[in-house]
Design a protein around this ligand. Sequence first.
Ligand SMILES: Cc1ncc(COP(=O)(O)O)c(C=O)c1O
Length: 330
Amino acid sequence: MIDLRSDTVTRPSEAMRAAMARAEVGDDVYGEDPTVRQLEERVAATLGHEAALFTPTGSMANVLAVALVVAPGQEVLCEARAHIARAELGAHGAVSGLTMRTWSHPRGQVDLPAIEDLFAPDLGPFFVRTAAISVENTHNFAGGAVLPLADLKVLRAFADAQGAAIHLDGARIWNAHVATGVAFEEYGAVADVVGVCLSKGLGAPVGSLLVGPADLVTEARVRRKRLGGGMRQVGVLAAAGLHALDHHIERLADDHAHARLLADACGVDPATVDTNIVAFDRPDAVAFVAAAREAGVLVGAVGARTVRLVTHLDISRADADAAAKVLAAI
Ligand SMILES: Cc1ncc(COP(=O)(O)O)c(C=O)c1O
């Protein structure tokens, strides 16, 4: 089976496992795991922020991050297919007590006029106050689309003028960096709080981080424990993340090339594929997925009419060529 369902399906390489086995560890709830500290400091510095917090999942990083800047009874604005809106199972409402309103863009982009229309300043007892705007870069359900830095800077200026915060869901910020060459600090500078994942394209088995100002990250450390996310000798997992940062960022360019090749085979213009995700509409999406499985290729349906393919570390050029033949025939 060639598995293109997600970039989360990778298995840790021998070299990654060796790094995990060698990791120095301690009790991280006591702040005594040196490998976790190293990872947190490195990721914070990479994004040009003061501090970071290791979390078991990207969802937990996002839930904590958004709640640091949006109080119960306030709202966050985001694109309609954002992961925080669609795929975190309502946690932002159920756990954090905040609400969301969304704008729609076919490529998941910042739509400033729509955001300006939605934005609600503090009007006392009349409307829910917009406390933050969330953006996703790259945008998963919009086919791995990159959000241009120029748009993010315009959004930053708008948020500053309104006194609102920006949350960046940067689960795949690594892919955006490799696709555009934009420095991580530049992406970091447009956001108050950021979530990043090590367990997607970077190929670690587990692990995400919330990044932001030191005082907010200190508060997030308390809230993480409250949610049951305090972990102990978790340096074995942080070591996988450090290995991924050292060895698996630049190679994402291969995943992007493989995605364009698969897009071409599926009748999608490769020029519209920014990174490692190809999403396209087919009225028979479910039947397409079943036919591909029958022929040895696993792909996903992320809506009744949308097929999604994701390339990753465990897909070689030969796998991509073989999958392209199968999908083109279907
Ligand atoms: C854009 C985005 N953000 C956050 C997440 C959440 O990550 P996790 O599955 O680790 O909770 C995902 C997962 O696929 C994602 O695609």
